[in-house]
Structure formats: C-alpha cells, structure tokens
Design a binder for this molecule. Structure first.
Ligand code: PEP
Length: 249
C-alpha cells in the first residue's frame, strides 16, 4: 500500500507573517490527518513556517534549490541553507521553473542528484504541454523527462523520490485531467521507472497528480490505482480548500 502524500506549493504567495499564521491553522486542522502532508512556502517565508510547524505532522518543503553547493551564485539558495531552516523535501523540475526560468532536463537532473546527496527528499515534477498532448507525444515527453531527470539516481535513492505528474495545461487553469487520463499517465511513468530500476522500485514509487486539484475532484483522482497523492497550487492557499484536500480520505 502506497501512503497518500498531499503537498501544497504556495508559489510566490504568503509573506512570513501570513505564512506563519496559515501554517498554525493547518497544524490544528490537520493534527488527525491520515495522509502525509507537506507545505512548500517561498524561501523567505520558510523560517517562520518552520517555527509554526515544529512538533507537528506537517513536512516542510522548498520550491527550488541551487544546482551548486555554495559559492558565487547570486540570488540562489543552497541545500545546506534549506536543511538548516528545517526543510526536508525540495520540489524540482516544476513546469514554471522549466518554462519561465529555462530549467532543462540536465539542470533538473543535477539538482535532483545534489538534493539526494545532501539528504533532501525530492518531489520531481514532469508533464506535457497542451501542444505536446495534442501532437500525440505525451509518452515521448514523459519518457524523456523521467529518464533524463533520474539519470545517475540509484535504486536505493528512489525511495526518497516522489514523482509529480503535472500536465502543464492543467496548472492554474481550472482544467483538470480526467481521473482516467491521470491514471494512464501515472501508469506509464511507473512502467518507465520499472524499466529503469525494478518492479519493486516502481510499485513503491509515490506518484502525485498536480493541476487544478480541488476539494471537489480530489476523491475521484485519489481513487485511481496509480494516483498516490496530489501536488496542489492554488487550492493549497486557504484552510477551506487545502484541509479537505489533505483529508480526502
Ligand atoms: C502546481 O503549480 O503545482 C499546481 C498544480 O497548481 P494548481 O493546483 O494551481 O493548478
């Protein structure tokens, strides 16, 4: 049985004060939550949220990380810095990072390997654009992103990786992949991972769906065989929406 894993990507929302207040409310509301839950605030909000989450069952994530350990990389934040403020998981390869900040498969791969070497868990995002889906190359895109992104990651390290399938056309648009579409893509990702590693690695891999997940669609998505969790953007920003998503079961 794969554990349900619900993650909230706050993107560029929540100042430190607002983030701490929101995290405090989540701690109270999610104390009895059966799923594994994570929130990923913006960098400057992380320390305040870290304080608010202390002693709770909610994990702290970051939305990105530098691809170097330290040095002359203006504007970047290292794995060591993230760990020191309580981060245990880093989201890498998000489509906004790929599309808006030029992150290639090679950069995503370098970051994944670095995060793992620094004992950080990873939520590794993959997904196709609408044009790619309509061109019938969904599987080619997923194959390339998964195999390139996981290059050099060994079978043991795979227990620290969660894959998030996020069709780009469903992110922040209100359009959700149907549960069947999501399940088919997840099954394919699992098969690719199985071909790279072992059946056991593939079977235990947690695959989240991301793209306009809401309280109204989370149950149907989570009912699918290969959907093990959700990476939530917009609906992770209010108690009213995130709590019922996290408590879908
Ligand atoms: C995301 O950015 O990871 C995401 C899934 O966003 P939204 O839930 O707003 O579509």
């Amino acid at each position: 049985m794969r554990e349900a894993f619900i993650a909230g990507n706050w993107k560029m929302n929540m100042t430190p004060a607002k983030g701490a207040e929101f995290a405090t409310a989540l701690v109270k509301e999610l104390a009895d939550c059966k799923s594994k839950v994570l929130v990923a605030p913006p960098f400057v909000t992380i320390p305040a949220v870290s304080q608010a989450l202390k002693g709770s069952n909610i994990l702290l994530g970051a939305q990105n990380m530098a691809d170097h350990l330290s040095g002359a990389f203006t504007g970047e934040v290292s794995a060591e810095m993230l760990k020191e403020v309580g981060v245990s998981v880093v989201i890498l390869g998000h489509s906004e990072r790929r599309a808006l900040y030029g992150e290639t498969d090679a950069i995503v791969n370098a970051k994944i390997r670095l995060a793992l070497s620094q004992d950080l868990d990873v939520i590794f995002c993959v997904g196709e654009t609408l044009a790619e889906r309509e061109a019938g190359i969904l599987k080619d895109i997923l194959y390339r992103q998964v195999t390139e992104g996981l290059k050099g990651v060994d079978a043991l390290q795979m227990s620290r990786i969660t894959v998030a399938y996020e069709p780009v056309w469903a992110i922040g648009t209100g359009k959700t992949a149907t549960p069947d579409d999501a399940n088919e893509a997840h099954a394919y990702i699992r098969a690719v991972v199985g071909s790279m590693y072992t059946k056991g690695v593939a079977e235990s891999l947690i695959i989240q769906y991301g793209g306009s997940v809401k309280p109204s669609n989370v149950k149907d998505l989570m009912a699918m065989e290969h959907v093990d969790g959700a990476l939530v953007g917009g609906a992770s920003l209010t108690v009213d929406q995130f709590v019922p998503i996290a408590k879908f079961n």
